[in-house]
Design a protein around this ligand. Structure first.
Ligand code: HEM
Length: 131
């Protein structure tokens, strides 16, 4: 744990202090913005899959924005497995923006210019990985 978390990490930490679990918020937003995604998840046991998909994505984001120990490599791997699931690339990338927007709305006044900037940069870099 670093003494001064980077703005991405800060945004997740603040969100965790405001909401015990952001999973329902993220998927509600995903399904509102991209209704076709609802039917892409299996009908049984999808909550487990969706929960772990988000948890692993967050782990990858934190690694990518921080130490780059290796978890971030999962993003490139999942681009390939999601091609096989039939998830279009734009949608794959959109998931990261959905997470950002969920945090921004949850944080309200506590969402800072530094967080906005760091997230903008992150989304551009991830777009590059997934393209
Ligand atoms: C809107 C965009 C996305 C959609 C619609 C989507 C959809 C899916 C689907 C249908 C599955 C398979 C579930 C099953 O086994 O029934 C899955 C699994 C998974 N997704 Fe996504 N996904 C998206 C974005 C992402 C992103 C951005 C990441 C992380 C970089 C990710 C990581 C995973 C992981 C780790 C799994 C678990 C299985 C595996 O290792 O492949 N997903 N996703």
């Amino acid at each position: 744990m670093s003494a001064s978390p980077n703005p991405i990490e800060q945004s997740f930490e603040l969100a965790a202090s405001l909401s015990a679990d952001i999973t329902p918020l993220v998927y509600q937003r995903l399904f509102d913005q991209h209704p076709e995604t609802r039917a892409m998840f299996r009908s049984q046991g999808s909550e487990l899959v969706m929960g772990s998909m988000l948890a692993l994505t967050i782990e990858a984001i934190l690694d990518f924005a921080g130490p780059r120990n290796g978890h971030f490599r999962m993003i490139a791997c999942e681009v390939v497995s999601h091609d096989a699931y039939g998830t279009p690339r734009e949608l794959f990338i959109a998931f990261f923006a959905v997470i950002r927007d969920t945090l921004r709305d949850l944080l309200g006044d506590e969402w800072s210019a530094e967080m906005a900037q760091a997230w903008d940069r992150l989304l551009v870099e991830i777009g590059g990985i997934a393209a």
